[in-house]
Design a protein around this ligand. Structure first.
Ligand code: PMP
Length: 412
């Protein structure tokens, strides 16, 4: 396989959108944690699928239908191999990470009763909070949340382990926080959960594609992520598990594709994983996603991770040089995923994001779908800059320049 150097223009050149301007200035895209840009190979694979192979999957026996099915199932196999998962039968393709978490929460409903416990953390994205709130409302299950240190962003691991007990049915946690950047000790939590007989769900939306992630090493029963956050198309997400674990979930969406036999008043389910994929899926996205994984493997996930750590170091150093900013999350650049969120007491995050945009710099402002996390920080919102394989040190400098400009503009 070809090797690509992450620091080279060779990588940036593969992302056509990086050539555009915003407000007359070169785009500085620092919002990869919200969605990563797509390489030409992904854009082309999606278009080529639509131009040459488009058909519905599984049902047909004509040539195009077989090609579409081959592309769709090829993606499932590729994702299983990419994560070192037991096999494609343990991979369910969904709309996004959120849908994958909802699938698990609703699929486990029949196993939960009043007083059973679900253990989460307060640093979760709303995607890993709200489905469990809804499940608790329906079943009478009790939610418990482990905290984190607002100064260091570190999970209270001992506290979390203490929350896990004989009534715990599921333990859910984020691998890399989308605000703090904290990388959580997932394997240690999973070990404690498994000792108590609980299942473990890991939200890997911010880690897959940004660092080496091996499904067996995390100890997760369920791992979820979205293709669009690792350089693939929107409208495609994954629930990665084992066929045996998926057997424990009730299929919650009924319809075509997910059945074995249907009577007017009864139905039996298709085999795993198809019973969780009712209706027509996003085949074009699945056809294109392997091209994103090819690019990541050509660079090498350890090199991708090194690159993001170097950018973390540069960002923390550059933002500290500006003075007066509160950076949230771990200080150590190697202890965070590829993002830095901060608060400037002098400029509201929304003003900050609006003004730096006039300089072509795209960052995100708000609660980043993590309101409880922000309450622990004592903040309503933060500004977040995040990176990927195409981000350069010069872009971090451009961010610093744009922040200084925002401060001047606001008279700060
Ligand atoms: N979890 C985390 C940690 C995230 O950052 C996100 C996306 N912001 C999600 C879950 C949800 O991803 P999606 O919107 O693709 O379902």
């Amino acid at each position: 396989m070809e090797t690509l150097l992450v620091d080279g223009e060779a990588v940036r050149a593969r992302f056509p959108i990086l050539g555009r301007t915003v407000h007359g200035r070169p785009l500085v895209y620092l919002d990869t944690a919200a969605t990563a840009q797509r390489p030409e190979a992904v854009i082309e694979a999606e278009a080529a699928y639509s131009r040459e192979h488009n058909a519905n999957v599984h049902r047909g026996i004509h040539t195009l239908a077989e090609e579409a099915t081959g592309a769709y199932e090829g993606c499932r196999r590729r994702v299983a191999a990419f994560l070192g998962a037991p096999g494609p039968r343990g991979v369910v393709m969904t709309r996004n990470a959120t849908a994958a978490i909802n699938l698990v929460a609703r699929g486990l409903e029949h196993t939960l009763g009043a007083g059973d416990e679900i253990v989460l953390t307060v640093m979760e994205h709303h995607a890993n909070l709200v489905p469990w709130i809804q499940l608790a409302r329906r079943t009478g299950a009790v939610l418990r949340h482990a905290g984190f240190d607002p100064e260091t962003g570190e999970l209270d691991l001992d506290g979390m382990i203490r929350l896990i007990g004989p009534r715990t049915r599921l333990v859910g946690l984020v691998h890399v926080s989308n605000v703090l950047g904290t990388i959580n000790p997932v394997a240690e939590v999973a070990e404690a959960a498994h000792r108590a007989g609980a299942l473990v769900l890991v939200d890997a939306a911010q880690s897959v594609g940004h660092m080496p992630v091996a499904y067996p090493e995390l100890g997760a029963d369920f791992l979820v992520f979205s293709a669009h956050k690792c350089y693939g198309p929107m409208g495609l997400g994954f629930l990665v598990s084992t066929p045996e674990t998926l057997e424990r979930l009730e299929p919650v969406e009924g319809g075509g594709e997910m059945i074995e036999r249907v009577e007017l008043d009864a139905a039996t389910w298709a085999e795993i994983p198809y019973r969780f994929e009712a209706g027509t899926p996003n085949v074009a996205a699945a056809a294109a996603f392997p091209a994103a994984l090819d690019l990541l493997e050509a660079i090498g996930l350890p090199a991708v991770r090194e690159h993001e750590i170097a950018l973390n170091a540069r960002a923390v150093e550059t933002l500290e040089r500006l003075g007066g900013l509160r950076i949230v999350g771990p200080r150590d650049p190697a202890a965070r995923g590829g993002l830095v969120a901060f608060d400037d007491p002098l400029v509201h995050p929304h003003d900050m994001a609006t003004i730096v945009d006039t300089r072509g710099v795209a960052v995100r402002a708000g609660h980043h779908c993590a309101q409880p996390l922000h309450r622990v920080l004592g903040l309503v919102a933060t500004t977040r800059a995040s990176w990927g394989v195409y981000t350069t040190g010069d872009e971090i400098e451009a961010l610093a320049g744009a922040i200084a400009f925002a401060r001047r503009t606001m008279g700060a």
